[in-house]
Write a protein that binds this ligand. Structure first.
Ligand code: SAH
Length: 257
């Protein structure tokens, strides 16, 4: 298989979870951008119910919970991530209102119109942006908010190498106007969209992975699958450096109407 046609889905999920357990966040983002996105959300109280879907080990959840009132439920399919999440909630002294549970974003354990806010950083792609917006809509109260980050093209035309990489991994990547149109169509009024700055990738996502890669390779010395997986991660990072003018992440914030 050529590198170009490889996607993360070719690798063992346990290896991926082990690797990402070594770092604080499992997707691009930063505390500053979580707080900026929060500035568009209104009407929360201590009775509000908030879900962080695809929460991982809770890097962004703890930032979120420190800046808003209400009960926060983190959901992730990885029990390994949820164990770390609940430990992190304890360390941050948030265990009384922040709880991680193992579950699927495709079958959420909430009632209809139960939630005041749905948060999801770097995770909605796992079921697809449009499908996620449509299905999660039912769990949100009228007037409730949704805030998600999503892979986004910044340019209309892209070099073939990066276009092929995303077509193999996540063909739903699209431009901001197209994503906003999908949000509107799903029943939300788009309240804001903004591009995540480069340091969300370099400083907060890729830099911490350097030491994690060394550690992971030491643990799995001689394991070809593990070596290939790290080579894939490094290739993805090199692509970002080369093509960051063409793509990145954006925050999309909508209000259910
Ligand atoms: N929000 C975190 C993690 C993003 S990585 C951060 O920004 O750091 C994407 C997360 O989605 C992973 O933790 C992965 O385990 C989770 N995930 C993938 N598919 C899922 C599914 N079907 N249901 C629930 N969680 C899922």
């Amino acid at each position: 298989m050529s590198k170009e046609s490889k996607s993360i889905y070719n690798f063992d999920i346990n290896l991926i979870h082990e690797y990402y357990s070594l770092i604080e966040r499992q997707g691009p983002g930063s505390p500053e951008m979580t707080i900026r996105a929060l500035s568009f959300i209104e009407g929360l109280s201590e009775y509000s119910k908030i879900a962080d879907i695809g929460c991982g080990t809770g890097g962004q959840t703890m930032v979120l919970a420190k800046h808003i009132p209400g009960i926060v439920t983190g959901i992730d399919r990885s029990d390994r991530f949820i164990d770390l999440f609940n430990r992190n909630a304890g360390k941050a002294n948030l265990q009384h209102r922040v709880k991680g549970i193992v579950g699927s974003m495709e079958d959420l354990p909430f009632q209809k119109e139960e939630l005041d806010l749905i948060w999801s950083e770097g995770a909605i792609f796992c079921m697809g942006f449009e499908r996620g917006l449509n299905e999660w809509y039912h769990f949100l109260k009228k007037g409730g908010f949704i805030a998600v980050t999503e892979a986004t093209w910044f340019t209309e035309k892209r070099p073939a190498e990066i276009e092929d990489f995303w077509q193999a991994g996540y063909p739903e990547i699209d431009t901001i106007p197209n994503k906003l149109a999908q949000m509107q169509k799903a029943g939300y009024v788009p309240v804001a969209a903004f591009v995540l700055p480069e340091n969300c990738w370099t400083e907060h996502f890729y830099a911490p992975q350097l030491a994690a890669q060394e550690e992971f390779l030491r643990t799995h010395a001689g394991n070809r699958m593990a070596e290939e997986y790290i080579a894939f991660e490094r290739y993805e990072q090199a692509l970002y450096v080369k093509y960051k003018a063409h793509y990145g992440y954006a925050f999309y914030i909508g209000k259910k109407i």
